[in-house]
Design a protein. Sequence first.
Length: 190
Amino acid sequence: MRTLISTAFVSLDGVVDSPGGEPGYRNAGWTFKDVEFLPEAFEIKAREQKEAAAILMGRTSYEAFSAVWPDMEDFADYKLMPKYVVSTTLDEGDLVSNWGETTILRSLDEVAALKETEGGPIIVHGSASLNQALSDAGLIDRYHLIVFPLLLGAGKRLFSATDKDTQKLKLVEHEAYANGLQKNVFDVVR
């Protein structure tokens, strides 16, 4: 069974909306404009590219990332690995041709089936709605969170407000940085 890893930049109050500056959100770009950049706080991002065997995204994140990541040196390792997009509306003709193999999945059942295949870890980037659905369905195995010392208020959140049973997490790696960022890696306890 493959490990499904959710990776996110998240504010202390749980917001993941538009960290890189995507339009339409009041506090867009909060990851780099409001906190001093320390390269060591982002070491896990390079490690994720080396350890992941595939990327999983929702439609909105796919559309945002596929427009810029294929040509960015910082994300070169992702170019060659298989990508999976969970969408009920995306068609094959909507996929970019310069970012390697991409497969459209139509349901969480298809994500669960993907997890049952052979291969290394699958990493989920962005995709707030997809993250919520995956978490609520019990499909996420690990969280890689870079927590920013910011309270953003409104915005898309990493976790849903669904009334559900407690989901226990085990902290397996953590570090605090001089700029107030925290790296927290949690395994989901089954």
